[in-house]
Design a protein around this ligand. Sequence first.
Ligand SMILES: C[S@@+](CC[C@H](N)C(=O)[O-])C[C@H]1O[C@@H](n2cnc3c(N)ncnc32)[C@H](O)[C@@H]1O
Length: 256
Amino acid sequence: MNNNFSIPPAFTALICQVSGFLTLFLGLPILQAEFDFAIGLDEKLLLQGAVAAGISFVLRQSYWWGPIHLIFPISIYYGLLLDIPIWVYPVLLILILAVFWNVVFNRVPLYLSNRTTAQKLATLIPNNKNAKFVDLGSGLANTLRDISTLRPDCHLYGYETAPVPFLISKLLNIFYRKRNVHIEMKNIWNVPLDGFDVVYCFLSPVPMPRLYEKARSEMKPGSLFISNSFTVPDVKPNRTITLKDGRKTKLFIWKM
Ligand SMILES: C[S@@+](CC[C@H](N)C(=O)[O-])C[C@H]1O[C@@H](n2cnc3c(N)ncnc32)[C@H](O)[C@@H]1O
């Protein structure tokens, strides 16, 4: 069990916006009474966003939250003026949740491995027939489909809990007739890792320590645990491969 409790970023963002609103609601009238000045609604909304962005900076949120905080209040205001039917908002929220499910629940966003990575991974799977490869958090399963083309001899597995990526990957699998690709809607923490020759993940720094512990206790000797871009703190990989792609992708490899 992971005992490292940290506040989810969405909750911190909410704290920033509420603090921005309260600062303006309580502080601005005092300043106006003291210095006798007036400001328009747009300026007030931008000021609220700027205060929220400042608090976000102090609370050490990632830098990209800054512009989001800045434009959030004014966008909501003008969004409401557009008279969009009220049901659109919950539908939009559900859609966004269905795609980015694991940002909220596991702090892992959806971004995809590129083809160069899949090509390299295909060479790292042992050559014995029936070798098993798994992508933990398989997203749209493009990695599995790419590897499937290069290594039709392997069994390729993907586990994903975000509903929309899962559904899309299932449909693409049927469309491309990838018979050696098996995708399931399952939380990666409930996937036993003992049967795989290669376990691959491209997640975020957050789950890495716990996932490495799981790999160490479940994977068979000689098998490979490979993480795209995110290493395990204080555990040196046996090998690091830097790919010749645009982002110089790093594959960290631990031999069990
Ligand atoms: C960065 S994406 C990588 C997608 C794919 N592996 C690739 O390399 O193209 C990470 C994926 O892991 C999924 N994910 C995160 N935590 C998960 C969990 N606990 N169980 C299942 N899937 C998870 C996310 O929904 C997301 O689709």
